[in-house]
Design a protein around this ligand. Structure first.
Ligand code: HEC
Length: 134
């Protein structure tokens, strides 16, 4: 039994980074994972950044792909998130202007995450909220 647990651990390590773990270690202090719109309004002044559920939905809604090809869309959204981690900018932010004024632009995390970690967390941002209505 012990060897199965060990094998699972090794497999997980070899498979690369766990996106949720990367989120917890690097994003969670600013982006809460889940929050309803009414909670956001109530606790707006205590927030440091838009909740991740909003970030994910906003980007998915803003990025339109011809024929609504899901695989292409997923790739483009993931690429945007990955890039934003290192190159946040007022020009590319999809955050609404009022929120942007309150939060300011996200500080760059350049050099803090490996390629695998950026990929894993960007995939997590897409997949975590996929197919559910929040
Ligand atoms: C120090 C606080 C802070 C940390 C840490 C942080 N962010 Fe952000 N992030 C912000 C703020 C503030 C905004 C909203 C302003 C903006 O769009 O730049 C934002 C915006 C974003 C956006 C763009 C949303 C949009 O609508 O355009 C993405 C994507 C994002 N964050 C992903 C991440 C990921 C992934 C991590 C962790 C790897 C992370 N952030 C860590 C503060 C943070």
């Amino acid at each position: 039994m012990k060897s199965i647990a060990l094998l699972t651990l090794i497999t997980l390590t070899l498979m690369g980074s766990d996106g949720y773990k990367v989120y917890q270690d690097n994003c969670m202090k600013c982006h809460v994972e889940m929050m309803s719109k009414s909670e956001v309004l109530k606790s707006f002044k205590f927030l440091k950044a838009p909740p991740m559920v909003e970030v994910s939905n906003k980007i998915k809604n803003n990025i339109r792909i011809m024929d609504e090809d899901k695989d292409v869309k997923r790739r483009v959204v993931i690429a945007f998130v990955k890039d934003y981690i290192e190159n946040p900018s007022i020009q590319y932010s999809m955050c609404d202007p009022m929120a942007l004024e309150k939060f300011g632009v996200m500080p760059s995390l350049k050099g803090k995450l490996s390629e695998e970690q950026k990929q894993a967390v960007a995939q997590w941002v897409y997949d975590r909220y996929e197919g559910k209505m929040f």
